[in-house]
Every structure is written in structure tokens, then in C-alpha cells.
Design a protein around this ligand. Sequence first.
Ligand SMILES: C[S@@+](CC[C@H](N)C(=O)[O-])C[C@H]1O[C@@H](n2cnc3c(N)ncnc32)[C@H](O)[C@@H]1O
Length: 216
Amino acid sequence: MSKSLPLTPELHAYVVAHGSAPDEVMGDLVEETLAALPAQAGMRVAPEQAAFLTFLTRLLGARQAVEVGTFTGLSSLAIARGLAEDGRLTCFDISEEYTSIARRYWARAGVADRIELRIGPAGETLRELPRDRHLDFAFIDADKSGYPVYWAELVPRMRPGGIVAVDNTLRGGRVLAPQSADDRAIAAFNDEVMADVRVETVLLPIADGLTLARVR
Ligand SMILES: C[S@@+](CC[C@H](N)C(=O)[O-])C[C@H]1O[C@@H](n2cnc3c(N)ncnc32)[C@H](O)[C@@H]1O
């Protein structure tokens, strides 16, 4: 029998309320995203994921981190806050419009000096990263069809013990019966990760599914 609880809205609210709460800067970032980009605002990570990203980055003592898919900055802000004192986060996105909002909130949160943003298709811009195994943490949350390419570029750059976190790996449950190209892309990607002997993997049922892969 499964020990996993289906989360009712009330239980989800309880989960969020009993983890580290988003502060005023994050609250304002979420509000501005909803007001300025109502059709896209749902792309941001869930509040419990933001808390988890800070927790995980801090737990790893991460000094070198990468994010693929920054949008208006919620997850990058969470990661940047968990970095070690001299840590650096390199963000990859294709949109100047979305990330102009992120830049303002990084400045307001006092983390702008530890974040570098690279604009362009990540399949190309990731190749410009140093090739050695220097990354402690990577977060993939961009276009779903690009995940295999981002994985292929990032895994060889992870230090032994580094973590790659991948968002939306349950696709609203549709990995069981894919209904779109993106659903199929994620279902195939999940199988690819499971077959990859370079990593040990857990798929956490947090928000829309968050895969954590620890690189050997
Ligand atoms: C799901 S959103 C990221 C949400 C973000 N992690 C957050 O918590 O707010 C996906 C982002 O990927 C970006 N994106 C889409 N295709 C891309 C590509 N080929 N290369 C880089 N970024 C891309 C989009 O511009 C968008 O900002």
C-alpha cells in the first residue's frame, strides 16, 4: 500500500505554512509576476520548492550553481540565498523581458553580485561553461524538450556528489499517459535518467515532481 498522501488544498496550505515562509521580497516578486504576466505566472516554482531549493543549496555548501530557466527569478533567488559566502549562480534563459523582473528582485534581495545571467538558447550557451567538474548544484526548469540537452551538458560538469534537480518531472501526472509533445519528452527524459549509470536518483512528489540526481 502507498504511504503517500494525496494533498488536498488544505493539506497543501499546511505544508507550505510549516516550511520556511517566503519573505516580503519573494512575496512582492510573486505578486508582480501575477500582475505583469498573468498567462505565464504559473511557470514559477511553488513556494515549498523555493524553500527546498534554499535548503538544498545550503545543505550542499554550494559554491558553483547553474539554473536553466529563470523566468522572473523566484527559483534563482531561492538558490542564491542558499549559496556559500563566495558562491556564484549562473542563470540561463532566452527572455530579456522575463529576466528583467528577476534582475530587479536580485538587486532588492542583495544577491545580484552573486548571479550572472546569460541570455540565449541554453542548448548553446551551456556549452560555454568550463568543461571540468566544477558545479555543486544545477536546476533545470526550462523548455521541456530541451531537458536531454541540458542534462547532457550539465552532468559531466558536476563535481562528484553534486546534485542536478529537475522540475516538472510528473507533468501533472501525465507521465503515465502523455497527451502532448512536452509530456512525451518528460516521460522519455525520466527513463533516460533512470538508465544513466552516472547518477543515483530520487523523484520527489513535491509540486509537479522534482527529480534529484546525485552525480557519482
Ligand atoms: C518554467 S519557466 C522557469 C521558472 C523559474 N524557474 C521560476 O521559478 O520562476 C521556463 C523558462 O525557460 C525559459 N526558456 C524557454 N526556452 C528556453 C531555452 N531554449 N533556453 C533557455 N531558456 C529557455 C523561458 O523563457 C522561461 O523563463
